[in-house]
Design a binder for this molecule. Structure first.
Ligand code: UDP
Length: 254
């Protein structure tokens, strides 16, 4: 097997050169990190589940006209994606107070927000992804005002759609993080959704019990991380072919 060129390695994923120009292969690792990499571990099967869950959600979003980088799943741990020029801004969408919003503003976790709140963070591991305003995003040229407007509209549509989708399977969408990137087609530039949508970057609570079905189980040492991700996949109707026993996948990265 020929060795593929590694384009980028992040905390939970690796990007390899794709088979055609303008494509990449996104490989999902089992590595879990929190607090900007200070806490590290592996969660067996997480990569396989996130690959499936993100495939499913990105495909559903495509169907309602939210363009995104997902092309097709290649195997248990890999998906083919469009190469984008990533915009260095994390878009956080919040419906219910949790995580850093609570510590920053002294709000009790679980408080429903008066309306959906969008926040932006500058993508920088060295700076710990600081919260920034729209002014920073446009003044520093990370995105144009038009792009930011587009990003905000797309994020709200994603939120509306995913809130409904998760409610239908007994899950509350508390908050999540999105990333966007530019694709160039001749003179045209388009901003499309990129990265992944999975329990690694969403807060998902059981509708009836408020049980956490996301990465907070890892961040807060609650245990049952894999079971929680598996439960999300099960409710979405997308557990891997072999069922829960088939979550290992290949861990080898070529
Ligand atoms: N999030 C993420 N990556 C980050 C920061 C946040 O995926 O680098 C997600 C996180 O999983 C949650 C939402 O964005 O669903 C809001 O996170 P928050 O700002 O509360 O930060 P945290 O408490 O996770 O540090």
């Amino acid at each position: 097997m020929t060795r593929r060129r590694r384009v980028y390695e992040g905390k939970a994923k690796v990007l390899f050169e794709g088979p055609e120009p303008g494509t990449l292969v996104q490989y999902f690792k089992d590595d879990a990190t929190a607090f900007n990499g200070e806490k590290k571990s592996t969660v067996t099967g997480k990569g396989v589940l996130n690959n499936r869950i993100s495939e499913h959600l990105m495909s559903r979003l495509s169907e309602i006209g939210i363009h995104n980088h997902f092309i097709r799943r290649l195997n248990m741990r890999e998906q083919l994606i469009r190469e984008v020029e990533i915009i260095p801004v994390e878009v956080i969408v919040r419906n219910v107070a949790a995580g850093s919003l609570c510590s920053r503003l002294g709000i009790t976790e679980g408080t429903a927000l008066p309306r959906t709140i969008i926040e932006y963070c500058f993508k920088s591991d060295e700076l710990n992804d600081p919260l920034v305003s729209e002014e920073h995003v446009t003044a520093f040229g990370w995105a144009t005002p038009q792009e930011l407007d587009d990003i905000m509209n797309q994020s709200l549509r994603v939120n509306d759609f995913l809130t409904g989708l998760f409610t239908g399977i007994g899950i509350k969408l508390i908050d999540f993080k999105l990333e966007f990137g530019r694709v160039y087609d001749g003179d045209e530039v388009q901003v499309i959704l990129a990265d992944e949508i999975s329990p690694d970057n969403c807060r998902l609570w059981d509708l009836a019990t408020n049980e956490k079905l996301d990465k907070d189980r890892f961040r807060r040492d609650l245990g049952g991380v894999e079971d929680a991700y598996q439960e999300v996949a099960r409710r979405l109707g997308i557990l891997p072919e072999g069922g829960p026993g088939d979550l290992q996948g290949s861990t080898a990265i070529q």
